[in-house]
Design a protein around this ligand. Structure first.
Ligand code: NAP
Length: 337
């Protein structure tokens, strides 16, 4: 597509009513003006929890209707500003916050990341949010160091698999909590040293680790697990609050933290990068080192055509999904998915 005359319109999926998957429509939109940004011909787009929540009007960010969901994409640069770190024709991944479910997007240069040849556009589309969040969580917020024990809830999900792989890159011993044997197998393929079933996970972890406990718990699920996550910590351990895939935001009495000298720490990559626009590029450099060393291997989940975006959201909502769900934006990519 690079070098071809720019079309005046492109396809996109929009939320036209806040009814979840039923409120989506495939539309034609005028091509965007790149301005100071990077114009990207999107081949694949990630399908993420914020998309599902935004489609119901339940996310903290509430764009006015109609809007295109889609926080992250991968594709080929069509135009970039002078002096930019990427050029026309480069394969890239990008974080766009909203609007990624479209054949053309404009991304801020600081949130565009060059993809190495051995990472496909499909894998790249699911990387920015999950892997950069996992990096922030385990390095800066979690202080994970080599030899620590890391426990990951929802370990077979998009963010969970990224956390398992990043944990191994940092030299941790990783315990994965998953709800099915199939998900446990996936977590092991990502590098988890141990897997325990969601039902009765605290007892299994105590049996596995003995009195030592867990140094860092990465919680992407929320709900009932929080109190037991604090219970399983070693002294000065940390629970990282990353998300609430269960749909329930838990509460905890502060004395639980006091009694064990432990921390509960929030992790919100999307809000942190508003204050530190240079941070994602530094994180991406670390990720690419971890990738070159064999630790970062994105797990491609199901891939849906753009016209099936509602089914992609249903898949995410169903808890059936393994790895990262994506949309294929172009007919050739749909055929290869
Ligand atoms: N803090 C941040 O900056 C940040 C960044 C990215 C994502 N997030 C958040 O992290 C959470 C997970 O995102 P994700 O992309 O990893 O999602 P995902 O791929 O769907 O994985 C979520 C996992 O949660 C578990 N789960 C438990 N109860 C569930 C339920 N009722 N419905 C669906 N899944 C359930 C499932 O594992 P089991 O079946 O094995 O329990 C599932 O594999 C979301 O809340 C998302 O908003 C936060």
């Amino acid at each position: 597509m690079s070098g071809a005359a720019r079309r005046s319109t492109h396809r996109a999926v929009q939320v036209v009513e806040l009814k979840g998957p039923e409120g989506l429509r495939l539309v034609e939109l005028p091509d965007p003006d790149p301005g100071d940004g990077v114009l990207i011909e999107v081949h694949h787009a990630g399908v993420a929890f914020p998309d599902l929540l935004m489609s119901r009007g339940e996310y903290q960010r509430k764009p006015s209707l109609p809007f295109s969901p889609g926080v992250e994409v991968a594709g080929v640069v069509r135009e970039a500003p002078l002096g930019c770190h990427v050029r026309a024709g480069d394969p890239v991944a990008a974080f766009v916050r909203v609007g990624g479910w479209a054949e053309l997007v404009v991304a801020a240069p600081s949130l565009v990341f060059a993809l190495p040849r051995d990472l496909s556009l499909r894998s790249g589309a699911g990387m920015p949010m999950n892997y950069l969040t996992a990096h922030l969580a385990l390095t800066r917020r979690g202080g994970l160091t080599a030899g620590d024990v890391l426990l990951v809830h929802g370990a077979a999900g998009g963010l969970g698999t990224a956390l398992v792989q990043a944990g191994k890159a940092l030299g941790a011993r990783v315990v994965a909590v998953t709800s099915t044997p199939e998900k446990a197998e996936l977590a092991r393929e990502c590098g988890a040293d141990h897997t325990v079933p969601t039902d009765g996970w605290l007892g299994s972890v105590r049996e596995l680790l003995g009195p030592g406990g867990v140094d860092v718990v990465a919680d992407t699920v929320g709900g009932d697990a929080l109190l037991d996550s604090v219970r399983c910590l070693s002294r000065e351990g940390r629970v990282l609050v990353l998300g609430f895939a269960s749909g329930t935001i838990p509460s905890i009495a502060a004395n639980r933290l006091l009694l064990k000298n432990v921390d509960l720490r929030g992790v919100a990559w999307g809000s942190l990068i508003e204050d530190e626009p240079d941070y994602p590029a530094r994180q991406w450099a670390d990720l690419m080192e971890w990738h070159a060393a064999g630790f970062i291997r994105p797990v491609d989940g199901r891939c849906f055509a753009l016209s099936e975006a509602g089914d992609a959201l249903r898949e995410l909502d169903s808890r059936r999904g393994l790895g990262k769900i994506t949309l294929a934006l172009r007919p050739a990519d749909e055929r290869n998915s």
